[in-house]
Design a protein. Structure first.
Length: 341
């Protein structure tokens, strides 16, 4: 037997095995083209784990004790909570040079945000409605909370205690972070007035089967980017950020303390914050980007859309959520638990 022949016949060395990165996030919140580009550039495979709402994400983290994920997308208030539970790793900023493109307002909007997270997107709450099926314009929160007869059983509200209470408080010209129990009770009365008109308390589908697209729902409390996404399926959907102001939200990318792929996780975060990629992501999600350099790459129609980038006047009347005392959280949870029964 000729051993030299055997040597020449040996198969070529196999390609390096792709490293897996597990990303815990919302559905419909990432451009697949960016994922494909990242996977090719870094010889990686991104596996998604999805949650339906913030409490579901919290349950997933509790049940896993913070294990099994590499990158976790969280809302601003959760950063410090997750940090205190030991679930988040501090950022190695040397591995994220694209941090230089992020606006300081968004990096420092919440406690511990700058040390443990990188802003992903920001936006507001507003009212989406079917202009072709609703009589007249909707411009104020009270029109959603004290609706006309045509909206009975035709409203959807986000199933989030902060967001539900925020709009009721804003309708009464109170702060979304009110700690006054009388103000909270007044907001609760508004929500009880609205309850017979609410079809469901849930997050709406963002597909062509969405109830707002089909007309089963005529008005909904929604995040601005989600409403703009649904407009692609039904142009008659209007979205308004009421003149009374709204709640501002910021989503953040964090690295799990238990991750064995921290360097890859930081490379992923840095990749997403390359201005070109951040601009592409903003257009895909219909969300405002916290990446200042990316804004220069966005089309004028996107950058100057007041439903994506609200006017200074609306922003001045809008607020970030803040941490609240336990007694206030208990009162708020009690109110919403009763509403959702």
């Amino acid at each position: 037997m000729n051993l030299n022949c055997l040597a020449y016949a040996a198969p070529p060395a196999s390609a390096p095995v792709a490293r897996e990165l597990v990303f815990l996030t919302w559905t419909d919140y990432m451009d697949p083209a960016l994922i494909e580009a990242f996977e090719q550039q870094f010889n990686a495979r991104v596996r998604f784990a999805y949650y339906a709402d913030d409490p579901a994400r919290d349950r997933m983290m509790i049940e896993s004790e913070g294990h099994g994920y590499d990158v976790i997308l969280v809302t601003g208030l959760e950063i410090d909570v997750y940090r205190k539970r030991g679930w988040l790793a501090p950022l190695d900023e040397a591995l994220i040079p694209n941090l230089e493109h992020i606006g300081e307002r968004w990096r420092n909007a919440y406690t511990a945000a700058s040390a443990y997270s990188v802003p992903y997107a920001w936006g507001t709450l507003g009212i989406a409605y079917r202009s072709d099926l609703v009589g007249g314009e909707i411009n104020h929160w009270r029109q959603l909370l004290e609706p006309g007869k045509d909206l009975r059983g035709k409203i959807t509200m986000i199933k989030d205690y902060r967001d539900i209470l925020a709009v009721a408080l804003k309708a009464l010209n109170y702060s979304v972070n009110s700690t006054d129990l009388q103000e909270l009770d007044a907001a609760a009365e508004l929500l009880w007035t609205q309850k017979p008109y609410v079809k469901t308390y849930s997050y709406m589908s963002l597909t062509e089967a969405s109830e707002l697209v089909t007309g089963e729902v005529l008005a909904a409390l929604m995040y601005n980017g989600d409403a703009l996404m649904l407009q692609e399926y039904q142009p008659a959907i209007e979205f308004v950020i009421p003149a009374e102001g709204s709640a501002l939200w910021v989503d953040y990318l964090t690295v799990a303390a238990s991750s064995e792929r921290k360097e890859l996780a930081l490379q992923f975060i840095n990749f997403l914050n390359d201005p070109k990629n951040a601009a592409q992501l903003a257009e895909y999600t219909y969300m405002a980007t916290p990446n200042k350099s990316a804004e220069h790459l966005l089309p004028a129609a996107f950058l100057y859309n007041p439903l994506i980038y609200p006017s200074p006047g609306v922003l001045a009347k809008s607020e970030f959520y803040t941490s609240l005392p336990p007694r206030v959280l208990h009162a708020r949870n009690r109110i919403i638990a009763q509403i959702l029964r």
